[in-house]
Design a protein around this ligand. Structure first.
Ligand SMILES: C[S@@+](CC[C@H](N)C(=O)[O-])C[C@H]1O[C@@H](n2cnc3c(N)ncnc32)[C@H](O)[C@@H]1O
Length: 205
């Protein structure tokens, strides 16, 4: 009998499999009527942590093109505010604010929509420049802003879920979360590209 040596997959084969899996998620999202494969990350995290409750007020940051808002709307959420620097097509039950979340005027606009915020989900990622250090620094600075906003504005027992990248400021994000929230988790969803440095911090007030 001929014995074959077990060969581990080469980097390019692994990348091919990963891309293929990503394409599957892109196609699946399209078939289900979602605007982006990002939907599967929120769905996966919520299936695990069960933190989305349709009677709550929810703020969706970095919302465009809108799959997270679509998911919330389909789940029966009635009170959703979404913010993005890019335009987003309408989603039912979602009030969209166009602008930069870090801008104080945009924060004031958010408060005109809500008396109280129960849940904040942020998928904010700045445009990539090709410089990994700079990219993680820019996105992670905003993630810190989101966490700071959450500590000051979330209602009691409120939740925050925010994207960050492994890299610059990531330790500051984890430390800030541990120091300011009661429950903390760091999550890498299976539906997130394995070769991406994307992570999520989840915390409860
Ligand atoms: C990965 S996409 C979000 C995908 C979205 N969750 C979905 O399900 O379709 C990241 C978004 O963050 C937005 N963004 C980047 N910087 C921002 C900022 N300062 N304020 C608001 N949105 C921002 C980008 O315009 C982009 O649409």
């Amino acid at each position: 009998m001929v014995k074959f040596k077990k060969k581990s997959l080469s980097g390019s084969s692994k990348r091919w499999i990963q891309r293929h899996h990503n394409d599957d998620l892109v196609n699946k999202a399209r078939k289900l009527g979602y605007r982006s494969r990002a939907i599967f990350k929120l769905e996966e995290i919520n299936n695990k942590l069960q933190f989305l409750n349709k009677n709550k007020n929810i703020l969706d940051l970095g919302a465009a093109p809108g799959s997270w808002s679509q998911y919330l709307s389909k789940q029966g959420f009635k009170n959703i505010v979404a913010v993005d620097v890019l335009e987003m097509n309408n989603v039912s039950n979602v009030k969209f604010i166009l602008g930069d979340f870090t801008n104080e005027d945009i924060k004031k606009k958010i408060f005109r929509e809500f008396k109280k915020i129960d849940i904040i989900i942020s998928d904010i990622a700045t445009n990539t420049t090709g410089n990994k250090k700079l990219d993680s620094f820019k996105t992670n600075s905003i993630c810190l802003d989101v966490l700071d906003f959450a500590t000051n504005n979330l209602g009691n027992d409120g939740y925050v879920l925010a994207k960050y990248f492994n890299g610059e400021l990531d330790k500051d994000i984890i430390e800030f979360s541990r120091n300011n929230f009661s429950k903390n988790k760091i999550i890498k969803p299976k539906s997130s590209r394995k070769d991406s440095k994307e992570m999520y911090v989840f915390a409860q007030k």
